[in-house]
Design a protein around this ligand. Structure first.
Ligand code: G4P
Length: 530
């Protein structure tokens, strides 16, 4: 098959949500539709436990599970779909953000009772930075949730995106009767079923069709009124605007009841982007370019000290990846070949011979890769847009065993290079700060330092709100800022200066005091300053 054909078949996306909104359930239904699993419960059984206990075996188990479910490939109709997992519970980490740099679009799941929640906003900020196209699924319509219009308003306000409902709910909770498809005037009447994968839709000629009153009784008038309002308020979906990430189609349904999902999946394969051109330091690289290229967005280490292997997750961006062929590791200026590259179809890992743009492959690594590394077929460009994101939890590293200082130093450097967390160092002295976006990472670091490097450390909490990379064209002001705020300015792993703001208020005041200094929440500044 020609490269262009392979590309046109692929859709690579992630499902994002606040914990408990229904991401796992929806994933499972997708896999059922795709025939990748046969029974409901297969993903669920693997589900990362939401326990609050910090048990190291648990960490190990979770890491094991998350490698198995990191990428799930399945076929739906004539499309090959790669679904990338975004860890969301206790294991929420920078990895979660970075996974979003490797997808071409996302499906956002919202709980209709809770609306837009904190984690949703954080994840969507990353999507908005990259203008990633978004489809929204409003879930749990079988529960007594909030009014549809109110939810849409909240989506637009909090997520800074326009929305367009594609289906409209008839009632909610106890009165939920199903959804009306605004595109083809069909009704999908609700019937709770956890395994059903076909849908029975009823066509009506128009909203004035008396059949509607027969089917949903007194709720028909409300539906007519709602639809009139929808058509009056929301613009039609325009594919280009969706692809630019400016408008998000919205579907209503119930994942656990397998309701309203097929409509969304059908629309998804219709409109979601196939692999697109990606930016490098030498301009855009088209997926159809004949020469292979890709980047590493995640590194997974085995916590079992007996198996020190690591897996680097590489997103193929152009050309064709081939097993056992020498490729060019740009940062190290070194040729590497891979005898056991793996793909991830549902739960099984299997060795592959070829991979195409949009695919994510696992490369066994003995320490050659860092997050963001580019692999090419001889070219020297590097992919952009795989930044470090500002951590939200900061702690100082305390060495518990001065005899093992070297081991600690080495371990911390290697683990942070892997992307487990970010390391900041004081400009004077030798203080080291670790920053993460999730608590679990501190336990992972402690555990791995001990088991892999024989070093023991503890962490002392620090009160910082965000790490801000900063820039300025005004040299004088930059110097003054760096001098006067020196107690709060540290180095990141690449020796860039970073300002650690204690609170949002302090950051605000600092910005006012230094109007010519720009502050950024990521290490790549192509996005606007905060
Ligand atoms: P997550 O991955 O986003 O964290 O969410 P998950 O799918 O695990 O769903 C969270 C809970 O919400 C689960 O219940 C799940 O069954 C339930 N759920 C998902 N979709 C719907 C829906 O459409 N309607 C209703 N009423 N519930 C839904 P749980 O009790 O936490 O887990 P389980 O015991 O059912 O596995």
């Amino acid at each position: 098959m020609k490269l262009a054909e392979e590309i046109s078949k692929r859709k690579t996306f992630a499902i994002i949500s606040h914990p408990d909104a229904g991401k796992t359930t929806l994933t499972e239904k997708f896999l059922l539709f795709g025939g990748a699993i046969q029974t409901a419960g297969a993903v669920k059984n693997n589900k990362i436990k939401k326990s609050a206990t910090s048990d190291f075996m648990e960490i190990e188990k979770q890491r094991g599970i998350s490698v198995a479910t990191s990428v799930m490939g399945f076929q739906y109709k004539d499309k090959l779909i790669n679904l990338l997992d975004t860890p969301g519970h206790k294991d929420f980490a920078e990895d979660t953000y970075r996974t979003l740099t490797a997808v071409d679009s996302v499906i956002l799941v919202i709980d209709c009772v809770k609306g837009v929640e904190a984690q949703t906003e954080r994840l969507m900020e990353v999507c908005r930075m990259r203008d990633t196209p978004v489809i929204v699924f409003i879930n749990k319509m079988d529960l007594e949730g909030r009014d549809g219009f109110e939810l849409l308003d909240e989506l637009e306000e909090k997520l800074n995106i326009k929305v367009r409902p594609m289906t409209w709910p008839i009632g909610i909770g106890a009165t939920f009767k199903g959804v009306y498809n605004l595109g083809d005037s069909s009704l999908n009447l609700f019937e709770s079923s956890k395994t059903k994968i076909s849908k029975d839709v009823t066509k009506i000629s128009s909203l004035n069709d008396p059949k509607l009153d027969e089917l949903i009784g007194t709720q028909a008038d409300q539906l007519r009124e709602d639809v009139e309002l929808v058509e009056g308020v929301y613009d039609q979906l325009d594919n280009e605007t969706y692809l630019r990430g400016e408008i998000a189609p919205v579907f209503f349904g119930s994942a656990v009841n397998n309701f309203g999902i097929q409509e969304m999946l059908d629309q998804f394969i219709e409109i979601a982007p196939t692999p697109r051109a990606r930016e490098t330091n030498e301009g855009e690289i088209d997926p159809e370019r004949n020469k292979f290229s890709g980047f590493v967005f995640k590194i997974h280490a085995n916590l079992d000290p007996k198996h020190r292997d690591r897996i680097a997750f590489l997103r193929v961006c152009s050309g064709k990846f081939e097993r056992n062929k020498f490729f060019h590791h740009v940062r190290l200026d070194k040729g590497l070949r891979f005898s056991n590259p793996t793909s991830f179809m549902a739960k099984d890992k299997s060795v592959i011979d070829n991979a195409y743009p949009g695919d994510v492959i696992g490369l066994y690594d003995t320490g050659n890769f860092k997050i963001g590394d580019t692999l090419t077929e001889g070219d020297n460009f590097t992919f952009k847009g795989i930044p470090s994101f500002s951590p939200e939890i900061f702690k100082e590293v305390i060495n518990n065993d001065p005899m093992k200082s070297k081991q600690l130093e080495k371990g911390i450097h290697q683990l942070t290079e892997e992307g487990v967390a970010q390391l900041f160092t004081a400009r004077m002295g030798n203080k080291k700060y670790i920053g993460t976006v999730g608590e679990l990472q501190f336990e992972v670091i402690q555990y791995r330092l001990k088991h892999e490097y024989g070093a023991s450390c503890s962490f002392s909490p620090l009160n910082f709100y965000k790490a801000c990379w900063f820039t300025s064209e005004n040299k004088e002001q930059l110097e003054e800022f760096t001098r006067l705020k020196s107690n709060y300015i540290v180095y990141d792993k690449d020796q860039n200066l970073v300002f650690l703001a204690q609170t949002a208020g302090i950051l605000q005041i600092t910005k006012q005091n230094y109007p010519n200094v720009e502050f950024h929440f990521t290490s790549e500044f192509k996005t606007q300053a905060v």
